[in-house]
Design a protein around this ligand. Structure first.
Ligand SMILES: Cc1cc2nc3c(=O)[nH]c(=O)nc-3n(C[C@H](O)[C@H](O)[C@H](O)COP(=O)(O)O)c2cc1C
Length: 432
């Protein structure tokens, strides 16, 4: 091809060769790759059967909290430090004494095996390669033991707030045996959220054939067939930790899911958290904190970190955006040494910088890594992290910050309507 274009003017040559490569599909890139996280989501949507895709996209009731999570990042604007030499930028952080190459951690998400057979192997592998943490959900597809065998970590483990200590204690021990470095107790799930979207698409746990999902099967038989092959090739709907703890072992996947759901007894209180604290020597975090009062109680219970989170809007609809709750939590924990993380709606590098400026040490991503997994397995998760890291590095330069520790409330404008939550002396308010 290059020879035949030899006589053309210099400017036209690359353009024509690109056009030819596109037409023949031989440019090796298949056109423009995903430019951002929304593009990755679009790819996942195109490839996936509607049932697993809508499970990831889903949120509780009217999606008010989920929408607020995303909108809050637009409401906060940035205040750069120009005239700064930003040739050398460092996006690493230190968390619980460990240096991580990235402030973006992978949040616990249950049953990624319904998206791709590699499930957590892809997520934990990508996290390891990127120098960050992968958090294994208690409802993981592969067991934490198998994940730890395949992926060097760092791994954290997430525990659900089951009311019965005899039920959750074996999971704490399992996480310790697998070498997990931190334990995350998710407090915002005493019961499951009301996800009507899942009921409409017919995505139930355990799965059942219904009029709703039968329609999808008939409309998109190819995608449905691909999904069935995905389920057959990997863990499918199985939950790997269950058999290993022996709590509900020795059953098929449908029975596991049923038993798992039945363990959600809403009795996890301060006494249970205190027991977890006694059982777990390493860093202990609680996930689902949205107010200063909760943050203080968690601190009093001896936790080392809190995750400001509303479960991606999937639990109590009507909670504030995570970003909006963050300044209040940061103020309550100021000077205590308690680490603060945030998740919910992180889609851009600027989102990460805004969260860090308002008091978070690090952020977590839930849906984005699962979209990457659904779109392309391990390379898809790698792509998600690469996109965010490229954006963070560019945004640090544009903001005039060399290290993430340089970020503070002076780098953001917070809406006046947030004044209750925002530490007023430390941040500038905008007119409403
Ligand atoms: C498909 C899916 C499964 C999830 N499963 C869990 C889980 O097992 N445990 C948990 O603590 N949070 C779970 N979450 C919530 C995430 O950890 C995280 O809080 C949320 O996804 C962050 O919002 P984002 O999706 O906008 O990044 C899940 C979220 C999704 C999307």
């Amino acid at each position: 091809m290059a020879d035949r274009l030899g006589g053309l003017p210099a400017l036209a040559r690359p353009l024509l060769s690109d056009l030819a490569a596109l037409a023949t599909g031989r440019n090796g890139r298949g056109g423009v790759g995903p430019l951002n996280i929304d593009d990755v989501r679009a790819r996942a949507r195109k490839r996936s059967c509607a049932l697993p895709f809508s499970y990831v996209d889903s949120a509780a009731e009217d999606f008010a909290t989920h929408r607020a999570n995303l909108r809050a990042f637009d409401e906060v604007t940035l205040r750069p430090d120009l005239l700064t030499d930003v040739r050398d930028r460092d996006r690493s952080i230190t968390l619980f004494g460990r240096t991580l190459a990235s402030p973006v951690l992978l949040a616990p998400t249950g049953m990624p095996g319904i998206q791709h057979a590699d499930a957590e192997f892809a997520g934990a592998g990508a996290a390891h390669a990127a120098g960050t943490v992968f958090t294994v959900s208690m409802a993981s597809s592969h067991s934490v033991t198998r994940i730890a065998e395949r992926c060097p970590g760092p791994l954290w483990f997430q525990l659900y707030p089951w009311g019965n200590a005899d039920d959750f204690t074996p999971y704490v021990e399992l996480a310790a045996r697998a070498g997990c470095e931190a334990l995350v107790v998710t407090l915002d799930t005493p019961v499951g959220g009301n996800r009507e979207a899942d009921i409409r698409t017919g995505f139930t746990m355990p799965p059942r054939l219904s009029r709703a999902n039968a329609g999808e099967v008939l409309r998109h038989p190819v995608r449905f067939g691909r999904w069935i092959r995905t389920l057959a090739a990997g863990p499918g709907i199985a939950m790997g930790n269950i058999a290993e703890t022996g709590v509900t072992g020795g059953m098929n996947a449908v029975h596991q899911a049923t038993k798992f759901e039945a363990k959600f007894v809403p009795g996890f209180s301060a006494a249970e958290l205190a027991l977890v604290r006694r059982l777990w020597d390493g860093p202990l975090l609680v996930k689902g904190i949205t107010t200063a009062e909760q943050a203080r109680r968690a601190r009093a219970a001896g936790v080392d970190g809190v995750i400001v989170s509303n479960h991606g809007g999937r639990q109590l609809d009507g909670l504030p955006a995570s970003l909006r709750a963050l300044p209040e939590v940061a103020e309550a924990l100021d000077g205590t040494g308690t680490e603060i993380l945030l998740d919910g709606g992180i889609r851009r590098g600027t989102d990460v910088l805004k969260a860090l400026a308002l008091g978070a040490r690090a952020v977590m991503i839930g849906r984005p890594w699962v979209w990457g997994l659904a779109a392309a397995g391990r390379p898809g998760v790698d792509t998600v992290l690469r996109i965010l890291h490229t954006e963070i590095e560019r945004d640090m330069a544009l903001m005039g910050v060399r290290t993430l520790a340089d970020l503070g409330p002076r780098h953001v404008n917070v809406p006046a309507a947030w004044a209750y939550a925002a530490p007023r002396e430390a941040s500038t308010t905008l007119a409403p």
